[in-house]
Write a protein that binds this ligand. Structure first.
Ligand code: 16G
Ligand code: MG
Length: 565
């Protein structure tokens, strides 16, 4: 039997891999799972997982013939945690079809079984490892101190695939790394400098194209930004002096403990001011980024307490949707109405069941197509990519706007035509604004820095005060609770997590609770990141939302045999 002829890995590669892998053993008795956004755990447990993700990233690069990204971050988790995720050639999340391989790799008990697993996989995927493969992985990490040694483990994982090259991009935000991977694969220089240049140029372009009547209204002004004591604040500081009419005061840039009483996750969940903010900030726009700067929320501080008015991902999405609908209206006539243009770009909005019901109503009243997907960026992103312009946001502040390639090339042509036939017309201005928006907003993944600049540009474009944006619609009171259960996989859902399928009978029981409340809405789902079941409830008063959530927690207890709540 000529084994060598049917294997996709040569002998030299096999022994190299075996040798490298023997230095990285996984901790005993733990099961790792790639989850909704990569692996996350206490940093001390992650060395072998990160090493193995280095291998996976290199293999993905060989298979796709493109550059791949590997980011070391645990986002909004505590400083002592860390994590790792992989970016695909488009800059988006790793293909879901590779996730089972990621799980299997991280859990292989020893070097021998790891190499066997890889051999089996490369053969199945027809990946040829002949010792001269071409692969490149861009590496990034957030500000966590554990990232330094984990990055070395990733480099060793990449080097264990012969011919694979690791390029260290240093301390970057997660969206910067995704942006760089996308740029690199499009033949654009993938440097941090280029990222800032693209953001600044497109931001300035949007300001240049503000309608005359709105130019002096509420232009720019003061913004205070909470950097979560992570990487985002540090990166934003590099831009502040270049943003003409905005006075940006960045706080929590890394002197305090990462994500402790700060950051978008804290502000959105606790609905109180982050550290370093207080009544003196009343009236100004306040923004909070998360630990790796792929999420942002705005908030308005109360003048006499630590309470805030939250402007979450839903409201950011609504602002973007309104603006894009207006631009498309200028370009091709109102959406959903007969127009004289032969081409009607398809604008779609993607949310999850966590979107406040008031936002969904608002968007539908605007005449927009709104669809729900399960929680997790990869699901929203995939759906949004089906539109010419797909806007997606989770209430927690992660989201972006995707422009299809075909729409962008149509827009480029239209822009060229209009600039020679009717430069300065409303139509022409709309093409310029849409093209600039597509460059400002990160096409790979949600990005707090680019999202922030787009919000600021749109507020100036509209001539709106912060208050006017806040009052776009009023959120319905809501409550989120979590239930610790013996086995969260015992619960399964359908219809974008809005309906419980198993255990049988639970959905009917929830429905009869909901029926007791005006504007009642409630759903339960197993968390993708923690061993809990989450309960979300909404109703016309806070008390009613709280009561609905608590009674559904009891139902989950009853049906799932919870350990406590
Ligand atoms: C992850 C997801 C986020 C989601 C959250 C839900 C990414 C990059 N992040 O942080 O989108 O909202 O998980 O957590 O996909 P949960 O399943 O524990 O509720
Ligand atoms: Mg994050």
């Amino acid at each position: 039997m000529e084994e060598e002829s049917i294997t996709a890995m040569n002998q030299q590669q096999r022994s190299h891999l075996l040798h490298a892998s023997s230095r990285f053993s996984p901790p005993l008795g733990l099961k790792f799972s790639y989850g909704t956004a990569g692996f996350r755990a206490d940093a001390s447990l992650l060395e072998s997982t990160v090493f193995r993700m280095g291998i996976l990233a290199a293999l993905r690069s060989v298979q796709t013939g493109s550059t791949i990204g590997l980011m070391i971050t645990a986002s909004h988790n505590k400083e002592s945690d860390n994590g790792v995720k992989v970016a695909d050639p488009s800059g988006g999340m790793l293909s879901q079809s590779w996730e089972p391989f990621a799980d299997a790799l991280s859990n292989a008990p020893d070097a021998q079984s790891l190499v066997q697993l890889i051999e089996f996989f490369v053969r199945k995927e027809s990946i040829s490892l002949d010792g001269v493969c071409k692969a490149e992985v861009l590496l990034g990490r957030d500000t966590r101190s554990s990232g330094v040694s984990l990055l070395e483990a990733a480099k060793e994982g990449i080097a264990s695939i012969m011919g694979a090259k690791a390029t260290d991009m240093g301390v970057v935000t997660t969206p910067q790394l995704h942006w760089m991977v996308r740029a690199k694969n499009k033949g654009i220089e993938a440097s941090e400098y280029n990222y800032y240049e693209q953001l600044l140029t497109s931001f300035r372009c949007l300001l240049d194209y503000i309608p005359e009547g709105n130019k002096s209204k509420n232009a720019g002004g003061k913004v205070a930004v909470d950097g979560a004591d992570g990487v985002g604040g540090q990166k934003l500081e590099k831009l502040t002096s270049k943003l003409n009419n905005l006075t940006i005061n960045v706080r929590n840039c890394g002197d305090g403990v990462l994500n402790e009483g700060v950051g978008a996750d804290y502000v959105q969940k606790e609905k109180v001011v982050p550290r370093g903010f207080g009544p003196a900030d009343a009236g100004i726009r306040c923004v909070s980024l998360d630990g790796d700067a792929d999420r942002l929320v705005y908030f308005c501080v109360s003048s006499n307490s630590n309470n805030i008015e939250l402007v979450d991902g839903d409201k950011i999405l609504s602002l973007f949707a309104l603006y894009l609908k207006e631009q498309l209206g200028l370009l091709v006539g109102p959406q959903n109405e007969k127009s004289n243009s032969s081409y009607q770009p398809h604008l779609g909005v993607v949310q999850t069941a966590y979107a406040n019901g008031a936002s969904t109503d608002y968007l539908k009243k605007l005449g927009l197509e709104v669809v729900l997907t399960p929680t997790g960026v990869k699901y929203l992103h995939e759906k949004a990519a089906e539109y010419d312009i797909g806007i997606y946001f989770e209430a927690n502040g992660h989201g972006t706007i995707l422009f299809s390639d075909s729409f962008l090339s149509w827009l480029e042509t239209r822009n060229k035509d209009l600039s020679s036939t009717s430069k300065g017309s409303d139509q022409h201005k709309a093409t310029v604004r849409l093209l600039a928006t597509s460059k400002l907003i990160n096409q790979a993944v949600g990005d707090a820095l680019s999202g922030f600049l787009l919000v600021e540009a749109i507020l100036q474009h509209m001539g709106w005060t912060f208050q006017k944006w806040i009052e776009l619609y009023h959120d319905l009171p809501s409550k989120q609770l979590k239930v610790k259960v013996a086995d969260r996989t015992a619960i399964s859902t359908a219809n974008a997590e809005t309906v419980v399928v198993n255990p049988v009978g639970l959905q009917e029981a929830i429905d009869s609770e909901i029926a007791k409340y005006s504007h009642g809405r409630c759903f339960v789902r197993p968390s993708g990141t923690e061993d809990v079941v989450r309960v979300y409830a909404e109703a016309s008063t806070q008390e009613a939302a709280d009561n609905l959530a608590h009674s559904v927690v009891k139902l989950v207890d009853q049906y799932l045999g919870a350990s406590n709540s």
